[in-house]
Design a protein around this ligand. Structure first.
Ligand code: ZN
Length: 167
């Protein structure tokens, strides 16, 4: 069972309540990630705390965890990618003033309305946590290739022996 998360959140309201938001989102709902995935299966877990900072600005802190079935860009085979990222956001209504003092280590997100799409925020944060190019350290296909090459080098002049070894 997925714990139901709200579709939209009002960070100010949640911060005033010191709200704690914990739940799961299906990868199927995070459409912007789909192009990077080899199958649309799995969940993303979030655990966030809302609070006001010393200037009464809403902040969001917490974790995003997922295991994404990505595709290796080199061998095109599945590549499970673990996302375990911490977020620290300070929420502004409209563009922040250029002289605005910011908390160290916090990213700014700006709202045009009071509410924020939770799904698109999760998507944004996962996209930031993804590798630019997803690929295996050593592709499985390459491993086969390497061992086949080794065999060729070690093989005697009898090609049938090599065939036997490959079986
Ligand atoms: Zn690969």
């Amino acid at each position: 069972m997925l714990e139901e998360l709200p579709r939209f959140i009002d960070p100010k309201q949640l911060a005033l309540q010191n709200a704690y938001l914990k739940g799961e989102v299906a990868l199927a709902q995070l459409k912007r990630l789909h192009d990077s995935l080899c199958e649309i299966q799995g969940i993303v877990k979030i655990e966030w705390i809302f609070a006001l900072d010393n200037k009464q600005r809403p902040t969001i802190q917490g974790s995003i965890q997922a295991r994404l079935p990505m595709r290796c860009q080199r061998c095109l085979q599945p590549l499970p990618w673990t996302v375990d990222t911490q977020i620290a956001l300070v929420v502004f209504n409209g563009e922040p003033h250029p002289n605005e003092e910011l908390l160290i280590g916090y990213e700014i997100i700006t709202l045009n309305h009071h509410r924020l799409s939770l799904l698109s925020l999760i998507e944004d944060e996962i996209i930031l946590a993804l590798p630019i190019v997803a690929k295996h350290d050593i592709c499985i296909a390459n491993e086969y290739q390497l061992s086949a090459e080794k065999m060729t080098n070690n093989a005697s002049s009898n090609p049938f022996q090599l065939l036997l070894k490959l079986k």
